[in-house]
Design a protein around this ligand. Structure first.
Ligand code: GFB
Length: 319
């Protein structure tokens, strides 16, 4: 990847896309092609094809997606499967038709079976039933991997897929109902602090285990792979995790400690678990040994990342 190559970051206003733009700029890639959702709706096949034909990017990072936490996935499965299938098909096909040199497709660890052997290696794909709360989204992400593999096989393209664990970071969506757990917890504890609430209600029973990765770390991994490896060398799709696993209950305590760092301990609210809300998959720890062997490792610790994320939340809070 040369400094003069035209690099398209699809989804550059989102959590991963904005981290990718930071990583590319830091590495002195200046010929970036960006289009907001209002300028280009990637679910629109004709518009996507026309954009690629006119712009002809050399490299494509596919970080555009309709995403959300367990609440949003359960409430709107049709939106999650339809949007993500359309985005994947339109972008991958247009990249092939316009002659892109390479594409990196971002997926999700929810592609693996609900009860996969832990830590989850890449070859666990399609070996068992999916977690029902997000199977619509997961199927769209599995289809995107298969599209990349099929285009590589039939047309000789270089389309790689990267499967990150649960992500969080700067520019996240701090949505209390539809967001991912970490940003939702930040917003809920901050709300409680501001009104002096004595309790915060969270979902499930706190027992599920999750692995969290800082968005700038996934961006660094994506750039690292794009610069150095072919699809065949990474095995088609590759896991990217931090190796830091934590229960939702322990995560809630950590977030509460960060939000209430400057308040007396007795002001910290009690955590109530609403067990009528789903737990989701019991455990989701990726086996990242393949990317580690290729020379990449996560660098941001969860404790450090939560503090940075809360700082970002406070800086961007509007009310
Ligand atoms: O990030 P999250 O919504 O999704 O986390 P998944 C869900 C876990 O956190 C469940 C608990 O165990 C919830 O019961 N939880 C507790 C909460 N309180 C809250 C809360 O206030 N909000 C949320 N959202 N959860 C996601 C998929 O699964 O994994 C996505 O839904 C994506 O599509 C992502 O694939 C990687 O980790 O369960």
């Amino acid at each position: 990847m040369d400094a003069t190559d035209k690099i398209y970051v699809a989804g550059h206003t989102g959590l991963v896309g904005s981290a990718l733009v930071r990583a590319l700029q830091k590495a002195s890639y200046e010929n970036l092609l960006l289009a907001t959702h209002a300028e280009l709706d990637l679910r629109d096949q004709a518009a996507t094809r026309a954009f690629f034909e006119a712009q002809r990017p050399d490299y494509v990072f596919l970080a555009a997606a309709t995403v959300g936490g367990i609440g949003a996935n359960s409430a709107a499965p049709a939106t999650f499967i339809a949007d993500n299938l359309a985005i994947a098909l339109n972008v991958i096909d247009a990249a092939y038709c316009s002659g892109a040199k390479k594409l990196l497709n971002l997926g999700s660890s929810c592609i693996y079976p609900k009860l996969a052997f832990q830590p989850i290696s890449e070859d666990a794909l399609m070996t068992g039933p999916l977690e029902p709360t997000n199977d619509a989204y997961a199927l769209a992400k599995i289809a995107a991997i298969k599209l990349c593999l099929a285009y590589n096989q039939q047309y000789g393209t270089e389309f790689l897929s990267l499967m990150p664990t649960n992500l969080y970071g700067l520019n996240d969506t701090y949505d209390r109902e539809g967001g991912h757990v970490l940003p939702a917890l930040i917003a809920k504890f901050d709300d409680a602090k501001r009104v002096g609430a004595s309790e915060v209600t969270l979902w499930g029973d706190g027992s599920p285990l999750r692995e969290f990765l800082w968005a700038d770390d996934i961006a660094a991994a994506a750039l690292y792979l794009m610069q150095r490896y072919t699809a065949a060398e990474i095995g088609g799709w590759i896991n990217v995790g931090s190796g830091e696993e934590i229960s939702i209950a322990a995560l809630a305590e950590q977030v509460r400690a960060v939000v209430y760092a400057d308040a007396p301990t007795e002001e910290r609210p009690r955590i109530i678990w609403n067990t009528s809300k789903p737990n989701g998959t019991p455990r989701k720890l990726l086996d990242s040994s393949r990317i580690n062997r290729l020379g990449w490792q996560a660098t941001t610790l969860l404790a450090e990342g939560i503090a940075l994320a809360y700082g970002d939340y406070l800086a961007r809070r509007t009310s």
